[in-house]
Design a protein around this ligand. Structure first.
Ligand SMILES: Cc1ncc(COP(=O)(O)O)c(C=O)c1O
Length: 441
C-alpha cells in the first residue's frame, strides 16, 4: 500500500516536471511584452515541492513549515523564524508581541509612542495603531527613501517604546545610528525587511540588528510563497510572545498535531482558571490566527535555495540601470543613493523627477505604462495625507517635505530576476526617448 502510494507520488511529480516545461517555462523578452515591476521566478522544483506537499494533504503547518522556518532562521542569522501568512501579518505579530506582559515595564501599552517613517507601506504603520499606540512620524530622505534621522532625538518622549521602520525598497537605513539610539534609550527596534531580504549593513544581514525583523513572501518580493511572511528574532521571549500572537494567543507552544511538549499539559495553574485546565486551551495574549500552510512553505523551501542568486540578479540589474540612467539623465532625476555601509538588495529602481526637469513624474509614468513598463509609487507617499489616517492619532516631528516630494515626484520600476538585459535596455531606451522629446520643447 505504502509502496504503491510512493510510486504514484513519484509519477505525479515526474509529470509535474513535464507540466512545468510545457506550461510555465519563461519565454525570452520580445518588444511589446509587458515589463512587470516584479514577479515570481520559479522552476519545476517549486512546482513539484508544492504538489508533494499537497499530496500529504496536511493542509496546515507541517513538515515543510518546520523545515522552512529552520532554514530561513539559519539563512537570516537568527535563532527563530515564525512563518506567517503575509508580511503584513508578520508586522502585526512582531509589534503585537512587544505589547506582551512578558516584557513588564518595557512593553508597548495603549497611548505609548512608536517612531516610524511618514513614507511607509501602510502595514508597517498599522500595527502601531491596531495596538492602540501612537505613531510618531519622521520625514523620509528623497534619495534613499528611508527615514530621515535629523529629528530622531526630538521625537523621543517618556512614552516612546519602539522604533518600527522599513528598509525601503531593499535599501538599508543607517543601522549604526538607529540601533545605538534604540539601545541607549531601551527602545525595541523592529526592522521591516519585507522588501529587503539579503540586504546587508556592514556585511551583516539587515534584520539582525534590531530585536525583531519581518519578511514578506508575496510574489513581488525577493522570494515567494504566494502569500506569506516571517517574523525573525533571536530573543526567546519575543519568539514566545510572537508565536502566541500568531497562534490564537495561546500559552501552549506545541506545533500543529503535537501535544504535551511541556510535559505538564494538565498541570498548569494560570490566570483564574482551575488547576490543570488544558494548556492547549489556555490563552495568555489577545492573539490572532496568522499561520500559513505547508503548501506555501513547500514553495518557500525551494525559493530559499535560490535567494542568493535572486539577490545577485537584482543587484546586477540595479547597477546596470544606475550606470545607464545616471550618466545620461542625472540632470532630470534625483538618483537613488545608498549609504557607505549599505549593500542593498533592491526591490526596485527608484527615480525622483526633479522640479525643473521639464516634465512631471505623472507624465513620465504615463509614457512608461503606455509602453508596457509597469511603474509603482513609493507606497503611501506621505502617509499622513492618506484618507485612512485622516482622523487617527499620531504625531509629526519636523516637516514632511521629503515625504511630500516622494509622494509627488518619485516612482519606481522593476529590477527582479525575471528581467533580461533586453528588458532593461528597453526601459532605458523608453526613458531616454521621453526625456529627449521633452528637452526639445
Ligand atoms: C515595506 C513593506 N512592509 C510590509 C509589506 C506587506 O507585505 P505583504 O504584502 O506580504 O502583506 C510590504 C508589501 O509589499 C512592504 O513593502
Amino acid at each position: 500500500m505504502e509502496s504503491d502510494s510512493f510510486a504514484i507520488r513519484k509519477k505525479i511529480l515526474d509529470l509535474t516536471r513535464e507540466f512545468y516545461a510545457v506550461a510555465h517555462k519563461p519565454a525570452a523578452f520580445k518588444k511589446g511584452d509587458k515589463i512587470r515591476y516584479a514577479g515570481r521566478v520559479f522552476d519545476d522544483k517549486e512546482l513539484t515541492s508544492l504538489v508533494d506537499a499537497s499530496l500529504d494533504f496536511w493542509l496546515t503547518a507541517g513538515r515543510y513549515s518546520l523545515r522552512f522556518e529552520k532554514e530561513l532562521a539559519a539563512y537570516m542569522g537568527h535563532k527563530h523564524a515564525l512563518f506567517v501568512n503575509s508580511g503584513s501579518s508578520a508586522n502585526l505579530v512582531a509589534l503585537s508581541a512587544l505589547t506582551s506582559p512578558l516584557f513588564g515595564q518595557r512593553r508597548i501599552k495603549p497611548g505609548d509612542e512608536v517612531i516610524t517613517c511618514a513614507t511607509s507601506f501602510p502595514t508597517t504603520v498599522n500595527p502601531i495603531l491596531q495596538n492602540g499606540a501612537v505613531p510618531v512620524f519622521l520625514d523620509a530622505e528623497v534619495d534613499t527613501c528611508n527615514m530621515d534621522l535629523t529629528h530622531l532625538e526630538e521625537a523621543l518622549t517618556s512614552k516612546t517604546k519602539a522604533v518600527m521602520v522599513a528598509h525601503t525598497l531593499g535599501n538599508p537605513f543607517d543601522l549604526d545610528k538607529l540601533s545605538s539610539f534604540c539601545k541607549e534609550h531601551s527602545l525595541f527596534l523592529v526592522e521591516d525587511c519585507c522588501d529587503a531580504l539579503g540586504a546587508k549593513w556592514d556585511n551583516k544581514m539587515v534584520g539582525t540588528f534590531g530585536d525583531v525583523a519581518t519578511l514578506s513572501f508575496y510574489p513581488a518580493h525577493h522570494i515567494t510563497t504566494g502569500e506569506g511572511g516571517a517574523v525573525l528574532t533571536s530573543s526567546a521571549l519575543i519568539k514566545r510572545a510572537a508565536e502566541s500572537m500568531r497562534d490564537w494567543g495561546r500559552d501552549c507552544w506545541c506545533a500543529p498535531g503535537e501535544e504535551n511538549t511541556c510535559s505538564k499539559r494538565f498541570g498548569w495553574k494560570l490566570g483564574d482558571l482551575p488547576f490543570g485546565y488544558d494548556h492547549k486551551y489556555t490563552y495568555s495574549h489577545i492573539g490572532y490566527n496568522l499561520k500559513a500552510t505547508d503548501m506555501q512553505a513547500a514553495v518557500g523551501c525551494e525559493q530559499l535555495k535560490k535567494a542568493d542568486a535572486f539577490v545577485a540578479a537584482r543587484r546586477k540589474n540595479h547597477a546596470y540601470l544606475l550606470k545607464a540612467l545616471s550618466s545620461s539623465f542625472g540632470s532630470c532625476f534625483i538618483m537613488p543613493r545608498s549609504l557607505a555601509k549599505a549593500n542593498p538588495s533592491p526591490f526596485g529602481f527608484v527615480l525622483t523627477v526633479r522640479d525643473d526637469a521639464g516634465f512631471t513624474r505623472d507624465e513620465l509614468t504615463a509614457c512608461l505604462e503606455k509602453a508596457g513598463i509597469a511603474t509603482r509609487l513609493v507606497f503611501a507617499g506621505n502617509i499622513t495625507k492618506q484618507p485612512a489616517y485622516k482622523n487617527k492619532q499620531f504625531r509629526v516631528v519636523g516637516e514632511l517635505t521629503g515625504s511630500d516630494t516622494i509622494m509627488n515626484n518619485t516612482f519606481w520600476f522593476g529590477v527582479y530576476p525575471g528581467l533580461e538585459k533586453a528588458s532593461l535596455d528597453f526601459i532605458i531606451g523608453t526613458i531616454g526617448s521621453f526625456v529627449k522629446s521633452r528637452q526639445k520643447k
